[in-house]
Design a protein around this ligand. Structure first.
Ligand SMILES: [Fe+2]
Length: 240
């Protein structure tokens, strides 16, 4: 006579294997108040000198034809003291995030972060950036300089000026029940002045339409992360 099946979760050999986890990282910048005004003044200067709203001309079909100003992709390489401080904060945070995402296999100090592209968005009048990916990078981020009236509204609906991320697993089956509740289709991330948000480059995301008395101002970037040459970790992993 066979034994009753019993409790699966405590039965010998029963275990789960987690694969392809997605991680976000959020970190407030403690020096936001000290640098905010200087950075915004610098961005306003760039905005005033731009000949067109989307200076790069990249992916204009995905961006609202009005209400969105985007600079060129070299913002964090500009010689500006406050931007240099922000760059260091971003690089340090990406290194810590990449270390954690890889199970603390390599300490953050042994990682080199290169910010390949960086740009600003100044948004109002329902300006938006439709769903897109970032390319040529492993970790991407958004730094919220001024969120204005972004966020959930009393009447409900999509958050004003929200940063919305879409589950990467929804290209397969379309069936939804409690079993896959954790794969909820989209996620609206917290919005705070001075907050740095990091996300992996494979995630489809969008900047939802924004409208408010104050402009919404963010800095976005793409980064690459490599193990520092000459370290024990580099020798172990064969990383160049
Ligand atoms: Fe983006």
């Amino acid at each position: 006579m066979t034994k009753p099946e019993g409790n699966a979760s405590s039965s010998p050999g029963f275990r789960g294997v987690q694969a392809w986890p997605t991680m976000f990282f959020l970190r407030p910048w403690a020096n936001h108040a000290a640098h905010r005004d200087a950075i915004i003044a610098f961005l306003r200067g760039l905005q005033a000198r731009q000949e067109r709203p989307v200076a790069s001309g990249v992916a204009e079909g995905m961006k609202s034809p009005r209400g969105l100003h985007e600079g060129t992709f070299d913002l964090l390489r500009q010689p500006h003291e406050s931007l240099t401080h922000l760059s260091r904060f971003i690089e340090e945070t990406v290194a810590a995030a990449a270390s954690i995402a890889n199970g603390n296999e390599v300490p953050p100090d042994d990682l080199i972060v290169s910010i390949k592209d960086s740009w600003y968005h100044i948004t109002n009048e329902a300006g938006f950036h439709d769903a897109h990916h970032h390319h040529g990078c492993s970790w991407c981020g958004i730094y919220y300089l001024e969120i204005g009236e972004s966020g959930r509204q009393p009447g409900g609906g999509a958050p004003n000026g929200g940063s919305r991320f879409y589950c990467p697993f929804l290209t397969g089956g379309q069936y939804v029940d409690y079993g896959n509740r954790y794969l909820k289709g989209s996620l609206d991330m917290p919005l705070e002045n001075g907050l740095l948000l990091l996300f992996p480059s494979y995630l489809l995301h969008s900047g939802l339409p924004y409208r408010g008395a104050q402009d919404r101002i963010v800095i976005a970037f793409n980064s690459q992360v490599h193990v520092r040459a000459g370290t024990a970790a580099a020798a172990r992993l064969g990383e160049r």
